[in-house]
Design a protein around this ligand. Structure first.
Ligand SMILES: O=C(CO)[C@H](O)[C@H](O)COP(=O)(O)O
Length: 278
């Protein structure tokens, strides 16, 4: 990628972050979730630039990088497990690897999907921020695999089960830095990257009569997430689907894993906003 193209992408991420924070950051927020990755850096920058008193706000990280980001911005980090019992976050912001037409997301490219999911699930609203390359009509269109966090002891068993679900060449994610071997998450678990042969079907596809049960290798998003989560040894799946936080609240529950809105920055500096159906 040329340096011009790379800086256009960074500008797109920044534009999306500015718009997402401007439109959604709650005045007097007490608890704010902060995701992981490169785009979230611009979200923290945008929060810092708000004309707001942030001294009474606690920011909940989704991993080591996220915590460093919060702390080095001079904000107060409070770990998820240090939150007073029953705390509901006012909002959480995070990036994504791919987002479909129904705002289902693939996450975990940065190996932080477990903490990202529990933080999203504990928030009233989850806002996704990305550049427009991430928006595709179906998941697994451009991004090629589902990240899955697994217990190391069960990794080979999970690989076999994923093949039974139709994954083609799922693999334990490796690292060469600082030493060779499986990458370890913030929970000391492994990540398996599991490609599937076809883009994932949306609810709209299923309503139109397409079979998304996994027969013939065609999966609907939530059906695949559920099937993977059922495998013993899987801690969490990098598919964020199901109800949004607002939909969950309407049913008397806290939080949801699907964003209520996604902001996609474009290279021309404009931002496309997609909102989930309420
Ligand atoms: O899910 C994630 C980390 O686990 C990130 O949000 C995702 O990988 C997007 O990262 P970036 O903003 O760098 O494109």
């Amino acid at each position: 990628m040329s340096s011009n193209a790379a800086s256009a992408i960074e500008e797109a991420k920044r534009a999306a972050a500015m718009a997402a924070v401007r439109d959604n950051y709650p005045k007097d927020a007490k608890y704010v979730g902060i995701g992981s990755g490169t785009t979230i850096v611009y979200v923290v920058e945008a929060i810092k630039n708000l004309a707001a008193d942030l001294s009474r706000t606690s920011f909940i990280p989704t991993g080591y990088q996220s915590k460093q980001l919060i702390v080095s911005a001079g904000l107060t980090a409070i770990e998820f497990d240090a939150l007073p019992e029953g705390t509901v976050l006012d909002i959480s912001f995070d990036g994504a690897d791919e987002v479909d037409d129904e705002l289902n997301c693939i996450k975990g490219g940065g190996a932080c999907l477990f903490q990202e999911k529990i933080v999203a699930l504990q928030a009233k609203k989850f806002i996704c921020v990305a550049d427009s390359r991430k928006l595709q009509s179906r998941l697994l269109s451009s991004w090629k695999y589902i990240p899955i966090e697994v217990a190391p002891i069960a990794a080979y068993r999970v690989l076999r089960k994923l093949k039974e679900l139709g994954s083609v060449n799922p693999a334990i994610r490796l690292t060469t830095v600082p030493k060779q071997g499986p990458l370890k998450t913030d929970q000391d678990f492994f990540i398996i990257d599991a490609p599937f042969p076809h883009p994932l079907l949306t609810k709209k596809d299923v309503a139109a009569g397409i079979d998304g049960s996994g027969k013939d290798g065609h999966w609907e998003v939530e059906a695949l997430a559920h099937a993977i989560k059922q495998i013993a040894g899987v801690l969490e799946v990098g598919i964020f689907a199901g109800p949004t936080g607002l939909q969950a609240q309407a049913r008397g529950a806290v939080g949801g894993q699907k964003p209520i809105a996604a902001y996609f920055g474009k290279s021309d500096g404009t931002v496309l906003v997609r909102k989930a159906l309420q």
